[in-house]
Design a protein around this ligand. Structure first.
Ligand code: APR
Length: 183
């Protein structure tokens, strides 16, 4: 299917404030919450999100959600229809060649799978955090490059309103740069 050019917007702020169809969570494989984006989404979204996550663990993901995959839950009290939870890779410094390509592909998969799932849910707008660039230590410049390149490649109608919500000025600057340079 021909892809369409997405409208990519950078937002400097808190992802839990976004009014979109889908808010993406930078989760861990347990799906049972954590800090950063994960903590903010569960705190602001309320207990119904965790209840849905527990059901997913009990039904399909007994051993946890694998890295690079995405699942959807209610958005609870957030101004969205769904939260899509995806598990980013923990950055391994010093990898080269195939190993480096493989870990970058896992990060790209988070964006690609989240968009695929959002499309299946009928979403036209989605808000992403800078996945893996916090606790999981992914360098911001490369994390932004992978994010922008993957979203541009994976975008398909009607999911064409894509927002990257950046929590600090450094992340925002790296995404601005990636919009200019990422293929
Ligand atoms: N809104 C938008 N971005 C945020 C917010 C927020 N409320 N809080 C943090 N961020 C930013 C961070 O500054 C970072 O740039 O999101 C990016 C991702 O950081 P983390 O949330 O730490 O996610 P990640 O690096 O993918 O690590 C995931 O952290 O919180 C735990 O349970 C989570 O174990 C998982 C791990």
């Amino acid at each position: 299917m021909a892809t369409s050019a997405p409208l990519i917007t950078l937002v400097r702020g808190d992802i839990t404030d976004q009014q979109v169809d889908v808010i993406v969570n930078a989760a861990n494989s347990s799906l049972l919450g954590g800090g950063g984006v994960d903590g903010a989404i569960h705190r602001r979204g309320g207990g119904s999100i965790l209840a849905d996550c527990r059901k997913l663990r009990a039904s399909h993901y007994g051993r946890g959600l694998p890295t690079g995959r995405a699942v959807a839950t209610t958005a609870g009290k957030l101004q969205a229809q769904y939260v899509v939870h995806t598990v980013g890779p923990v950055h391994q410094p010093g990898l080269t060649g195939e190993a480096e390509r493989a870990q970058s592909e896992l990060l790209a998969s988070c964006y690609r799978e989240s968009m695929r799932l959002a499309r299946e849910l009928g979403a036209t707008s989605i808000a992403f955090p800078a996945i893996s660039t916090g606790v999981y230590r992914w360098p911001l410049a490369d994390g932004a490059r992978v994010a922008v390149r993957t979203v541009r490649e994976a975008a398909q109608a009607p999911l064409l309103d894509v927002r990257f919500v950046l929590f600090d000025d450094a992340a925002y600057a790296h995404f601005e740069q990636a919009l200019v340079t990422a293929g």
